[in-house]
Structures are given as structure tokens and as C-alpha cells.
Ligand binder design. Structure first.
Ligand SMILES: Nc1ncnc2c1ncn2[C@@H]1O[C@H](COP(=O)(O)OP(=O)(O)O)[C@@H](O)[C@H]1O
Ligand SMILES: O=C(O)[C@@H](O)C(=O)COP(=O)(O)O
Length: 409
């Protein structure tokens, strides 16, 4: 293995796995830290953790365990994959995990760049933009678990780490990889690097050749496969047919648009936080409803910020979130037992729960459905998944996913 990735959520893991696969590397996504060696022919391995919203100590522990495993598989470079909207809290988990990984790997500085231009995320003057809005005006300020209220990544990361946080600006990046390398500080530092276009990420990728530790969204990986001699490729896919369901626990603006759109063409059922917390709706009654519907139904808890806020005040943020996640995880487990073969899941935390509920241990990566979202297959099965980051995909995403899963390529 050449590149080892530790991803702080499951949608983020398949996002960067797609980037590496399209960069021509053979790659697999592992669910949690595997208890056995990886296939020796793999060039990149992505360990998907559910650490973004975990307690700091747990996130550090899990990330170090993932790092140990990746190193044991021969990984020469470790990437800590975080959200392209830098989702985190004042305590972490990006800063503490990076400090721990840097200590383990003996890294002096950590290039950190969440830019993902194809999905509208750019970093300029240390600030993160989502399309033409600063992060804190992009809708991410209302995220149910990790509201992002400060667009200055130097300040956001600075609050999470005792290391100095420095910055390499866009002008330096346009001067090429040597200029970026020359601008890296001598002493220990987390280094936020500006990137506006894919060309900037390619430059950063070249500058990062030989660095043991990097941090970013999937964009940070655009330039990495070439450092190991890989050439661009389209991942292979064998058709998955069979009954399908769409499960959405993401409350992002993009997902709510997709839910609105899909409800026009498929049966749908909305689950409230109260339904999940009170146990009024159980996984098996929900599975009965899904099974009785024609076509590929949608089950969703996606709601606007006001509804989410009311539920959080009433039940507690974590209680509401975990009750919904558990219900969806149990639902997926029921449906796979009843022969369902295609699952479209919206939301990173939601995907983490559902994929764990499906007892998947390894995912193979297929072609893209949308930028940042591949189709994936549970290793050794005919079950196909789309794990959609909350913010990604156009309004037809759910319908498109089902079609891509059915099509060999
Ligand atoms: N109606 C709701 N009320 C409260 N919390 C909700 C509701 N719907 C979903 N959630 C929770 O919000 C979180 C959404 O996070 P996630 O699945 O990662 O989506 P995204 O990818 O948009 O961040 C999940 O923990 C989910 O259980
Ligand atoms: O980098 C990204 O934006 C995604 O890969 C990602 O991590 C998204 O997380 P969720 O929005 O929680 O799905």
C-alpha cells in the first residue's frame, strides 16, 4: 500500500476513495480498522471511522489505531480526510487527531487544505468559501451536529490545537510546488494552504511528495496518485439490480432539495425525531412499509433547521441524532435480510450507522454518481450503496444513483 487514508466519516471516505480510484490507484474502503491484512496488491486503503463527532479521546484513539494498521500495510503517506466544510467543534476533532498523528509519524508540519473546487469549496486567504458564500453563510452554520460559524480556517484550527497554525497563500501556490515547499515553516506547524482551482491542488499534491502526513478534503488527493506513478482511470462496475430504498438523515440544503424532488416520483415516509426517540416507529414496521411500496421508496428525517432545533431542545441533540441513526441502521439491516440490494443513504453520520448496521467490512469503489460520490459495493456481495455527503449531488441525485448502480461500466 502506498497511500493510507484515515477518514473521519463514511461519506468522506468514499469521496476520497473515488479521487484515488480516478487517479488510477487500486483502492478499497474499510469500515473501521480491519482485523486482518489488506490485499497486498492494493495501492491505497481508506479506513472509514465515525470520529467526526466522537469525543476527542475516542477520535484520537481510533485514528491512531487506523494509522497503525495502514502503516503495517506499508502505507508511505497518511492522509487525514476531513470534511470539505471542515466540520468540527471548538474542541476538535481535527486539531487533536492531527497532533497525535504528527507525533506518531514524526511530521514537522501538516499541509491542511479542505478545498474541493468541483463542489464549490475553495480556500482563499485562509478563509473557506462554499461557492460564493463564506462557510458561515453557506448553510453550514445550521448543521445539526457541527455548526460552522467561522470561515477563517486558521482560527478554527487554532482553537483545536496547541501547535502554531500558519498559512501559505494562493499567490505562493500559483508559483508552483517548489514555492509551496519553500514556504513551509521550519518548526512544527499546521499549515493552511489556499487552493481555488484543481490546478492549485495538483501543485499542492506535487509539493506534498514525500510528506508523511497531510490533511484535507478529497481534493487534497487529486495530485497524490501521480507521485506514485499512477495514471487517471475510470473505476469498473458490475451492475447491481434488485429492490432499492433511499434513506436520508441529512438535513443539509442540498439533501432537502433532493428529498423534495424524489418525493415527486416515489413513495415517501417522513420520520420525526419524536417517532424515533419515543419508539413509536420501529425498524420492522418501517421495513414492512418500505416492502409494501411499489418502486424504490424514500424514508427520511431530513428537516429544516427550525424543526431540527426544536427536536434538539426537546430531546437533546445527541439523543435525537442517535435515535434516528439507530432506527435507520436497524431498518437497513431488516431490508437487506429481506433481499433489498440497493441502498442510497444521504448523510455522513447516517451512512456511518447504516453501513455498520449492514455489517459491511470492506467496500469496493465504482464510478462516480456525482462529484465526490461513487457507487460502492459491499465486498463479496451483490449489495450496492451510494453514501452521499450531505452537501453533494444535484436535485436528481437519488434517481441518478439507482440508475448508475444498475449500469455496468
Ligand atoms: N429531524 C431531525 N431532528 C434532529 N436531528 C436529526 C433530524 N434528522 C436527522 N438528524 C440528525 O442529524 C445528523 C445529520 O448528520 P449527517 O447524517 O452527517 O448529515 P450531513 O451529511 O448532512 O452532515 C444525524 O446525526 C441525524 O441523525
Ligand atoms: O468532504 C466532504 O465534504 C465530504 O466528503 C464529507 O466529508 C461530507 O460529510 P457529510 O456532509 O457529513 O456527509
Amino acid at each position: 500500500m502506498k497511500i493510507g487514508v484515515i477518514a473521519d466519516d463514511f461519506t468522506g471516505a468514499s469521496d476520497i476513495a473515488l479521487t484515488l480510484a480516478e487517479g488510477g490507484m487500486s483502492v478499497a474502503q474499510f469500515i473501521g480498522v480491519p482485523d486482518r491484512p489488506a490485499d497486498a496488491t492494493l495501492e491505497a486503503g481508506v479506513v472509514a471511522l465515525k470520529s467526526r463527532t466522537a469525543r476527542v479521546g475516542q477520535a484520537v484513539h481510533d485514528s491512531l489505531a487506523a494509522c497503525d494498521w495502514l502503516l503495517a500495510q506499508g502505507a508511505e503517506q497518511i492522509v487525514f480526510k476531513v470534511c470539505s466544510t471542515f466540520d468540527s467543534t471548538a474542541e476538535g476533532n481535527i486539531g487533536p487527531v492531527l497532533e497525535a498523528l504528527a507525533a506518531k509519524l514524526g511530521a514537522q508540519h501538516v499541509i491542511t487544505c479542505p478545498a474541493f473546487p468541483e463542489n464549490g469549496r475553495s480556500v482563499y486567504q485562509g478563509h473557506l468559501f462554499v461557492s460564493d458564500r463564506l462557510l458561515n453563510e453557506s448553510g453550514m452554520q445550521n448543521h445539526p451536529l457541527t455548526p460552522m460559524t467561522d470561515p477563517d480556517l486558521r482560527r478554527v484550527l487554532g482553537e483545536q490545537t496547541s501547535w502554531p497554525v500558519s498559512h501559505i497563500n494562493a499567490q505562493t501556490v500559483t508559483h508552483g510546488p517548489d514555492a509551496v515547499r519553500a514556504a513551509l515553516p521550519d518548526g512544527p506547524a499546521m499549515v493552511i494552504v489556499d487552493a481555488i482551482h484543481d490546478a492549485d491542488l495538483l501543485t499542492i499534491g506535487q509539493a506534498a511528495k514525500g510528506e508523511v502526513l497531510l490533511c484535507g478534503g478529497s481534493g487534497i488527493a487529486i495530485g497524490l496518485p501521480a507521485n506514485f506513478g499512477a495514471q487517471a482511470a475510470t473505476p469498473h462496475w458490475e451492475s447491481v439490480t434488485g429492490r432499492a430504498v433511499v434513506i436520508s438523515g441529512s438535513c443539509s440544503i442540498a439533501t432537502r432539495g433532493q428529498v423534495d424532488q424524489y418525493r415527486k416520483i416515489a413513495p415517501s415516509k417522513e420520520i420525526s425525531a419524536e417517532d424515533a426517540v419515543s419508539g413509536a416507529v420501529t425498524a420492522s414496521t418501517l421495513a414492512d412499509w418500505v416492502q409494501a411500496q411499489p418502486g424504490s421508496p424514500l424514508v427520511f428525517s431530513s428537516a429544516d433547521p427550525k424543526v431540527v432545533q426544536e427536536a434538539q431542545l426537546r430531546f437533546g441533540r445527541d439523543t435525537a441524532a442517535r435515535a434516528i441513526e439507530t432506527l435507520f441502521s436497524d431498518l437497513a439491516a431488516c431490508l437487506v435480510q429481506r433481499g433489498f440490494a440497493r441502498f442510497v443513504i444521504a448523510g455522513g453520520e447516517t451512512s456511518g450507522s447504516v453501513v455498520s448496521g449492514l455489517k459491511a467490512t470492506e467496500l469496493t469503489i465504482g464510478p462516480r454518481i456525482a462529484p465526490g460520490v461513487p457507487v460502492v459495493r459491499i465486498g463479496g456481495t451483490d449489495v450496492g450503496l451510494a453514501l452521499k455527503s450531505g452537501n453533494f449531488g444535484d436535485r436528481d441525485f437519488f434517481e441518478t444513483s439507482l440508475k448508475v448502480m444498475e449500469t455496468s461500466s
